[in-house]
Design a protein around this ligand. Structure first.
Ligand SMILES: [Zn+2]
Length: 455
């Protein structure tokens, strides 16, 4: 244990997010853990640093990030990705099993990933494994090696080494996963072959038309059906729909939840804050799959969050090189589908949540507590509570800024949010009691740790 980690210090503020309230308090941190939560005026063993009325909240947990290392570090990497996360108030990410090479579908690939990240993590990082048709025999061992759950696609993933699965693979995976009680993350789009091929080129509306809501709705209906079948055999699979975009699927998800199926869903800042009507042709930065949809769809997604049908918000940070993003050609059809936004999710969501009457505590719940619970980390991350990791963010909720490419700490300085005026600035980020980010600067050296299940 290093010297910083073993130190004792305290922070105070009139607004600390504790047990669902913003309350005046002090927190004492020892050996990287929260060891005391005291009254604002209590006398502690050490004098607390006073942050006035700035908010102290738990570090965000982002369970949907594509770091792409090893193998596609020209797209992103652990060093730049986790620096950007720290600057965005994120203290733990869970990395996706693609688009790294090799894809994380067996233990050997996981080991290569763990080797590749040494000395590069600025925050903590867990890992999702992947299930493809050829990897079902590797799944049990991969889970034992410490991935927090696994992901499959029901449609082409964008890269050929992560092929889609069919119903029989999904059923087999559900059976194996249920024994480990970890979630099965599904990219839920099903190309039913019933839509006319659309000429896309640089036209956003054509791209939107090419990936209709029905693709998501049908894939989600299929997953609910498979979960029902598993349940009838006594297998309770935890199925999770990643990056929900089609609000039309919300009633089916809600009804499945009410029937006792363990079905959950996440959505992302881009589906909750952007709308298709405002996306100009040729602006490839807005391309992602499933697509950003219409304004009325966006408002229904917020309702899904409010009533708990959607449990949490994650970035789905999925960058690539500017050339592959076809920034200069404007070719939406050929551009890589993925949004770069990791660092800005908190400000973007806080800005829009406020406009709809939600509180910062709602945002903390959606971006820290619920995703931590989902990844099996809810006993030590996602809350400010006794015995928890001192993953903390000092946040000024009133301050505003304009998103500018010069602020970007991830590899490629591109984002669809450039120029947006947003509320809320991350002033400081602590990971297990260690200051890693302070006023626009990364501090010290990468002290993040890989997180493996049961470790
Ligand atoms: Zn993704």
């Amino acid at each position: 244990m290093n010297s910083i980690n073993s130190s004792v210090f305290a922070l105070k503020s009139t607004q600390i997010a504790i047990h669902g309230e913003l309350t005046p308090a002090q927190i004492l941190i020892k050996n990287g853990k929260i060891t005391t939560i005291a009254d604002y005026d209590a006398v502690l063993a050490v004098k607390a640093e006073d942050f006035g009325d700035q908010v102290i909240m738990p570090g965000l947990v982002d369970t949907h990030v594509h770091i792409n290392e090893p193998g596609r570090t020209e797209w992103e990497g652990f060093n730049t990705g986790t620096q950007s996360a720290a600057a965005g108030g994120i203290t733990c990410v869970v990395d996706m099993p693609l688009n790294c090479t090799p894809v994380t579908t067996n233990v050997n690939a996981l080991r290569q990933k763990l080797d590749s990240l040494k000395g590069k993590l600025w925050i903590d990082c867990g890992f999702w494994g992947g299930v493809i048709p050829d990897s079902l025999n590797d799944l049990d061992e991969l889970l034992k090696a410490g991935v927090l759950g696994v992901k499959s696609f029901t449609i082409h993933s964008g890269i050929d080494d992560f092929p889609k699965v069919e119903q029989q693979h999904l059923s087999q995976a559900i059976d194996i996963l249920a024994k480990h009680s970890v979630p099965y993350l599904i990219h839920a789009e099903l190309d039913s072959g019933d839509s006319e091929p659309v000429e896309i080129g640089d036209n956003y509306q054509s791209f939107l038309q090419s990936r209709p809501k029905s693709w998501e709705n049908n894939a989600i209906a299929m997953m609910i059906d498979l979960a029902e079948k598993a349940k009838s055999k006594g297998v309770l699979g935890k199925i999770h729909i990643v990056h929900l975009s089609s609000a039309e699927a919300l009633p089916a998800i809600k009804s499945a939840q009410q029937r006792g199926l363990q079905l959950s869903a996440e959505s992302c800042p881009h589906y909750l804050t952007l709308v298709a009507e405002d996306i100009p042709n040729g602006k490839t930065l807005f391309k992602c799959c499933p697509p950003i949809r219409e304004q009325h769809n966006r408002e229904h997604l917020w309702q899904g969050l409010a009533d708990g049908t959607i449990s949490f918000i994650v970035s789905d940070h999925s960058p690539c090189t500017p050339v592959l993003k076809h920034i200069n050609t404007g070719d939406i059809e050929k551009a890589w589908g993925g949004i770069s936004s990791l660092q800005f999710g908190l400000s973007i969501i806080w800005t829009e949540a406020q406009q709809r009457g939600y509180s910062l505590l709602d945002v903390v719940n959606w971006m820290a507590t619920e995703p931590a619970n989902f990844a099996g980390l809810g006993h030590r991350k996602g809350q400010i509570a006794y015995g928890y990791d001192a993953d903390l963010v000092v946040f000024d909720p009133e301050a505003t800024y304009r998103i500018d490419r010069n602020m970007i700490k991830y590899r490629h300085k591109i984002t669809p949010y450039e120029g947006r005026e947003v509320h809320g600035i991350v002033k400081r980020t602590y990971v297990r009691g260690q200051l890693v980010y302070n006023d626009n600067q990364l501090i010290g050296k990468p002290i993040g740790l890989p997180i493996l299940a049961n470790s």
